[in-house]
Design a protein around this ligand. Structure first.
Ligand code: FAD
Ligand code: EPU
Length: 340
């Protein structure tokens, strides 16, 4: 394993923000990881795992050992007529895994097609899209503790998954590196197509009884038309989480702002689309120098070239302030912010 010093991270984050890692290690297995932990401990540097950098805002010189996992592997751990359990290395890319599972006849992940990033990062925010969240499939998460190098195995329940949330953002924040995720998938088609945008798209294509392939294709089409490709317009997907309010408060707000869509969320809460709130504060298509709000999706902040983490966060703060002023709703940033 080689450790590189003062390494640029610009090509390692999808917002293409300029930042440097005091040190960076590309690791190929658990032995490398333990070596990296010891190297960082000897220099009193924190260890910062980085996947594809599609959910981070980076800024300045990160005083850390940035660890990138280059591990690969998809292993069948158990299978029966109904289901199959796959152990997938954390360094694997997410979308190719979804595609491969569909081809093999391992069903369930179709709604999560085209989400950027690595398998190891997927449990951190419990990735979700089009009515499905990762938590439905996680059987185990395998990790190494950064302080001791000891292995740790968590069940799906231990992960405390919730909307864009998990134990890895709270009690176990910065404590471990995920090395493998075990996913239980269905051997029988398991179609979930009731998410409104998805249902509408399938309906418009005249598909009455969608197959998993139909769902996959529809999700890929919707995402390709709605979300900007970071390779051309650098971004981190949704910049804010969709806020949740008690149903009565959400209904009162919708009464005052006709057209505000409400989505039921668990018992007693409703989710509000942050994109709608931001658009109705006039931000859609706004541009301030190098950074701006995407003209087709108000929840996406774009670095049009030359923007830095400070500029992105300053714009995000102005957006959140205006939403708070107009709607009295607090927006929470979705990507993790490092440096500054
Ligand atoms: P990174 O951005 O590299 O890291 C994210 C966080 O996870 C960091 O705190 C990092 O330290 C930590 N981390 C990474 N790897 C590990 C590891 N092995 N062990 C421990 N911690 C780790 N998300 C959704 O949920 N749904 C979507 O529909 C969606 N759409 C997106 C669309 C676009 C265009 C973009 C750019 C992003 C989108 N995202 C979406 C966000 C993002 O793709 C996910 O959060 C993804 O899981 C991040 O993966 P990553 O490898 O890029 O993680
Ligand atoms: N909307 C607007 N204006 C906009 C954008 C959205 O009014 O500019 C409103 C519309 O009413 C629309 C609603 O917001 O119907 C929802 O929009 P969309 O279907 O695009 O979904 P979203 O709520 O903006 C969430 C996730 C996405 C995920 C999609 C599909 C969050 C924070 N974001 O977005 O995840 O792909 O649903 O399920 O929950 C990500 O996390 O990076 C991400 C892209």
């Amino acid at each position: 394993m080689r450790i590189l010093c003062a390494e640029s991270l610009r090509d390692r984050n999808t917002l293409a923000l300029p930042a440097t890692a005091e040190a960076l290690a590309v690791v190929h297995g658990e032995e490398d990881l333990r070596e990296a932990f010891a190297w960082a401990a000897a220099r009193q540097l924190p260890v910062l795992p980085l996947g594809s950098g599609s959910n981070v805002v980076l800024s300045g010189n990160l005083k850390a050992l940035v660890v990138c996992l280059a591990t690969t592997g998809r292993e069948i751990l158990r299978q029966g007529d109904e289901s199959i359990v796959l152990g997938v290395a954390a360094g694997e890319a997410w979308h190719p895994l979804v595609e491969w599972c569909l081809e093999q006849g391992y069903f369930g992940l179709e709604n999560l097609a085209l989400i950027p990033g690595t398998v190891g990062a997927a449990p951190i925010q419990n990735i979700g899209a089009y009515g499905v969240e990762l938590q439905s499939f996680v059987e185990r998460v395998h990790a190494l503790r950064i302080d001791t190098g000891e292995p740790l195995v968590l069940s799906g329940q231990d992960c405390e998954f919730a909307y864009r949330d998990s134990v890895f953002k709270h009690r176990l924040r910065d404590a471990l590196i995920i090395t493998r995720v075990d996913l239980r998938l269905s051997r029988q088609p398991d179609v979930r197509a009731d998410y409104p945008t998805l249902a509408r798209a399938l309906d418009q294509s005249g598909i009455g009884a969608p197959t998993p392939r139909d769902v996959f294709d529809a999700v890929v089409d919707i995402r390709s038309s709605r979300l900007p490709d970071p390779a051309r317009e650098p971004n981190a997907g949704s910049f804010f989480k969709n806020p949740r309010l008690p149903i009565a408060a959400a209904q009162e707000l919708a009464g005052r702002f006709p057209g505000l869509p409400l989505y039921p969320h668990g018992s007693g809460e409703a989710k509000l689309p942050a994109g709608w709130l931001i658009e109705h504060c006039g931000w859609k298509g706004y541009r301030d120098g190098a950074v701006g709000v995407h003209p087709q999706h108000a929840l996406v902040i774009v670095n049009y070239g030359g923007g830095d983490g400070k500029a992105v966060l300053a714009l995000a703060e102005r957006i959140a302030d205006s939403v708070s002023e107009r709607f009295a709703v607090a927006l929470e940033i979705e990507p993790r912010v490092y440096g500054g």
